[in-house]
Design a protein around this ligand. Structure first.
Ligand SMILES: [Fe+2]
Length: 136
């Protein structure tokens, strides 16, 4: 789990650095503090229930992230955008798909009412976070 988290963290830090190059400081979300807290809770809460709950949570988040990237990719392919942004998003999306598939495999067949409700909450919370980030 630790090796997975360290590898994942390294990739996410690279993504953050890449995306920040495209986002002027005055356009960054005003909610970075709450996002960090939400991220901490999204990782810490399932950790109380074991590794497979963690992996299921990661697979849920990465499934959402993959779809979110796909929306941005579709937008750029249909309407165009800044030169060079599309390859950056495709690279990041591929990394997230890898994370999703890795986490899904490691999470195994864990399935119960609690994990189903938790993953639904994580997915819904991710949608709310994106909706808020677009406005604030
Ligand atoms: Fe990821």
């Amino acid at each position: 789990m630790l090796a997975f988290a360290q590898s994942h963290r390294k990739t996410e830090a690279e993504h953050l650095a890449l995306i920040e190059q495209w986002l002027p400081p005055d356009r960054q979300s005003l909610l970075l503090g709450p996002w960090r807290l939400a991220g901490l809770l999204t990782g810490a809460l399932p950790a109380l229930f074991g590794r497979r709950a963690m992996y299921k949570t990661i697979a849920t988040v990465e499934t959402f992230v993959d779809k979110h990237y796909q929306q941005q990719v579709d937008y750029l392919m249909n309407l165009g955008g800044p030169e060079g942004l599309l390859p950056v998003l495709l690279r990041c999306q591929a990394d997230e798909q890898h994370h999703r598939d890795q986490a899904a495999a490691l999470g195994g067949d864990l399935s119960n009412r609690f994990i189903h409700m938790w993953c639904w909450t994580v997915s819904f919370g991710s949608k709310v976070a994106v909706a808020l980030a677009r406005r604030l």
